[in-house]
Design a protein around this ligand. Structure first.
Ligand code: PBG
Ligand code: ZN
Length: 317
């Protein structure tokens, strides 16, 4: 076996899985009240963008060959019903319009359709008697998705793990004239401790309880496949598994079974672990990142949502 490992050129010839810049989707936080960008302490190197600086940040990404982003908004005002999530002039809606003006055909804009950054209680839907009301939340998520589509989003990504969200959103998009807007389902999103840094970044930690009544139990791989099957039936154009690294088995099985465009979300905690170990000098940052991203592709992901997108794109050239 070693004959084909002898030189870099031979290794490249026989390489089976290749990471490409076009596989990468960079998550972007836009905070309405910021005048300029601000560092995210829990995610070294990542910054919350202001409505003004986000254009420059995306220009940098596009220039490096990262042509897909997913937007997360941080509103100035939160309320019980997450009104700022579906306002025509909300921070995400405005940002989509600005981006679409500036990067006409050069950029794919994904949006996260959820409510947790916008609700005062920090849960992903409407709360009644300290519980998330599934069916009432559906209507709100449809409003979020349509408002994103109206602003110019290419692909909306429902992430609330509310049953029926893909079907309701698909229907609402169609009814409002957005038949061409695609849906990427956060199909198998697990209740995970690896979302910690994100919640600090987006001020979206739940104020009571946790998300285990709607996000998946990581002990249930068969259920993950049923979740994905349902979302496909409901009209998802792409599916996603989240997180990625502790879930490579789910990615592998999902791709094999459904043969759908499959995304994996290399989440905040996975990002920050590498950064922390690299800072301590315990691992080599660049090679660890490339190993992780390639492994996610090897498991079967076609695309990766990752905070490493910009740095990886620079290395991939
Ligand atoms: C919102 C949402 C979360 C993430 C993406 N969309 C947080 C959560 O569910 O608590 C996490 C992403 C990350 O950790 O990088 N529902
Ligand atoms: Zn949420």
């Amino acid at each position: 076996m070693r004959r084909l490992r002898r030189t870099p050129l031979i290794r490249e010839l026989v390489r089976e899985v290749r990471l490409d810049r076009s596989d990468l989707i960079q998550p972007i936080f836009v905070e309405e009240s910021l005048k300029t960008d601000a560092p995210i302490t829990s995610m070294p190197g990542q910054r919350r963008q202001s409505p003004a600086t986000v254009l420059r940040e995306v220009a940098r990404l596009v220039d490096k060959g990262v042509k897909s982003i997913i937007l997360f908004g941080i509103p100035t005002v939160k309320d019980e019903i997450g009104s700022a999530a579906y306002e025509p002039n909300g921070v995400v809606q405005k940002t989509i319009r600005d981006l679409k003006d500036q990067f006409v055909d050069e950029l794919v804009v994904f949006t996260d359709a959820c409510m947790c950054q916008y609700t005062s209680h920090g849960h992903c839907g409407l709360v009644r008697d300290a519980r998330i009301d599934n069916d009432e939340t559906l209507q709100k998520l449809a409003e979020v998705a349509v408002s994103h589509a109206r602003a110019g989003a290419d692909i909306v990504a429902p992430s609330a793990m509310i049953d029926g969200q893909v079907k309701t959103i698909r229907q609402a998009l169609d009814d409002n004239g957005f038949k061409d807007v695609a849906v990427m389902a956060y199909a198998a999103k697990h209740a995970s401790s690896f979302f910690g840094p994100f919640r600090e970044a987006a001020f979206s930690a739940p104020q009571f309880g946790d998300r285990r009544t709607y996000q998946m139990d990581y002990s249930n791989p068969e259920e993950a496949l049923r979740e994905i099957a349902l979302d496909i039936k409901e009209g998802a154009d792409m599916i996603m598994v989240k997180p990625a690294l502790a879930y490579l088995d789910i990615i592998y099985r999902a791709k094999k079974r459904f043969q759908m465009p499959t995304a994996a979300y290399n989440v905040s905690g996975e990002f920050s672990m590498i950064k922390a170990a690299a800072r301590e000098g315990w691992i080599d940052e660049k090679s660890a990142i490339m190993e992780v991203l390639t492994s996610i592709k090897r498991a079967g992901a076609d695309m990766i949502l990752t905070y490493h997108a910009l740095e990886a794109a620079e290395w991939l050239g």
